[in-house]
Write a protein that binds this ligand. Structure first.
Ligand code: FAD
Length: 396
């Protein structure tokens, strides 16, 4: 068994193969030189120096998992069942692709001093002293990473300006009315959010916007999204989708025999939501590998059909989301979005299909189960934040 990519999805795949009883050779190949580590702490505790690092607590030796780190996979030759790497070819019986995603760069700023991305431990190590020196910081993009980075930078005492091309934060992720209350979070934390603001260029000490205005910048952090790290698969015969992701089936198999794909690098058809999902969140990289291992080992005919889940910690708030609201026909608020804790529920034909909970983890936990169960809800009861979510079903 050869797993490419030693992030969450790759590590969990190797571990799941062992947990599910596989006793043959397992090799985990990763491009980064570091001991495999978890990414969410990078924009939180690690960035602020509150945690040394975030290496996974997995005893690879004890599990008999061979680590080949600092080694990039360059190509796959399915007809030969071989993977080409920097250190030569590696034969496989079964190959799992778990190469994750890489941040989208701002055109013209690649390699410019003072312009940073935030995806890897090395990125976080470079940014930690920037925060400690309390530079003026410009964050490009008010998405999840931009918001978390801005939070950490404010906590470190930096002056922070977030420039966002859209009219609101999280424009690609949430509807306008749900993102609207989040705009105030920036100002409350002392960060300036400038919407409709496009970067024209980065100059030494400043970001120049397309309206000609200059924003002082001792450092620039670009958080404008990520795309699957799959360029190396071009020409392999493995199908890549519209976003460059590996196209997997509902068992996380690719169209090529003995090749699976999981985590941020792969999309899968969701039976639950009736569309193909490309999920760039931690829980998907935790759950998917169990399905991959089960299908590889033929232990069960395991179909992957999760209720997607993620969380974000921003501006002192714990934000959690479960489901997929694109398929909803109705939205119900629980609580005042101007307050510290509220939830939005999305329904389709009165069944809960997604929810966003701010500071209401109980809503999230109960809602996630209700989405899985597909029970019809009573929208009026749902709108009462004092009532437990699980008590708002249409049937007793
Ligand atoms: C800063 C940050 C904070 C985050 N916070 C949250 C959060 O709060 N909540 C949440 O739900 N999600 C969060 N996420 C998202 C979550 O971390 C990802 O969804 C998760 O890491 C995906 O795991 P993965 O293994 O699929 O990919 P990755 O973690 O990207 O791992 C892929 C690995 O493959 C390696 N690789 C790539 N190409 C090759 C190659 N050709 N050869 C060999 N190796 C290769 C890469 O170097 C990388 O180490 C965060 C992400 C980041 C970057």
């Amino acid at each position: 068994m050869v797993v490419v990519g030693a992030g969450m999805a790759g590590v969990q795949t190797a571990v799941a193969l062992r947990e599910q009883g596989f006793t043959g050779a397992v090799t985990l190949i990763g491009a980064e030189p570091h001991q495999p580590y978890d990414r969410p702490p990078l924009s939180k505790a690690v960035l602020l120096g509150k945690a040394e690092g975030s290496a996974f607590e997995v005893d690879f030796d004890a599990l008999g998992i061979e680590l080949a780190l600092g080694r990039e996979a360059l190509a796959v030759r399915p007809a030969d069942h071989e993977l080409d790497t920097e250190a030569g070819p590696v034969p496989y019986d079964v190959l799992v692709l778990a190469t994750g995603a890489e941040p989208i760069t701002l055109p013209g700023t690649e390699g410019v001093p003072g312009v940073h991305l935030l995806r890897t431990l090395d990125d976080a190590d470079r940014l930690r002293p920037v925060l400690a020196r309390q530079h003026d910081i410009v964050v490009v993009g008010a998405g999840w990473i931009g918001a978390e980075f801005a939070t950490a930078a404010r906590e470190a005492g930096c002056a922070v300006t977030v420039v966002e091309a859209a009219d609101r934060p999280l424009a690609g992720a949430l509807p306008a009315e749900v993102a609207a209350p989040m705009t105030a979070w920036y100002a409350d934390s002392g960060a300036e959010l400038r919407t409709h603001a496009r970067v024209a260029r980065v100059e030494p000490g400043a970001v120049v916007l397309d309206d000609g205005s200059r924003v002082p910048a001792g450092a620039v952090v670009v958080g404008i999204g990520a795309r699957p790290a799959t360029a190396w698969l071009t020409g392999s015969g493995i199908e890549l989708g519209a976003h460059g992701e590996v196209v997997a089936d509902d068992r996380l198999r690719t169209g090529v025999p003995d090749v699976y794909a999981v985590g941020d690098c792969a999309s899968f058809p969701s039976g639950r939501y009736g569309e193909r999902l490309l999920v760039h969140h931690w829980d998907n990289a935790l759950q998917g590998p169990r399905t991959v291992a089960a299908n590889i080992l033929g232990e069960s005919d395991a179909v992957y059909d999760p209720v997607p889940y993620f969380w974000s910690e921003q501006f002192g708030r714990f934000v959690q989301y479960a489901g997929h609201h694109a398929v909803a026909d109705r939205m119900v608020w629980r609580g005042d979005p101007a307050g510290p804790a509220w939830t939005v529920c999305w329904l389709r034909e009165d069944r809960l299909v997604a929810l966003l909970a701010v500071g209401r983890p109980r809503d999230l936990a109960q809602g996630r189960r209700l989405i899985e169960a597909g029970r019809p809800m009573d929208p009026e009861a749902l709108a009462d934040p004092a009532r437990p979510l699980k008590g708002a079903t249409a049937e007793p």
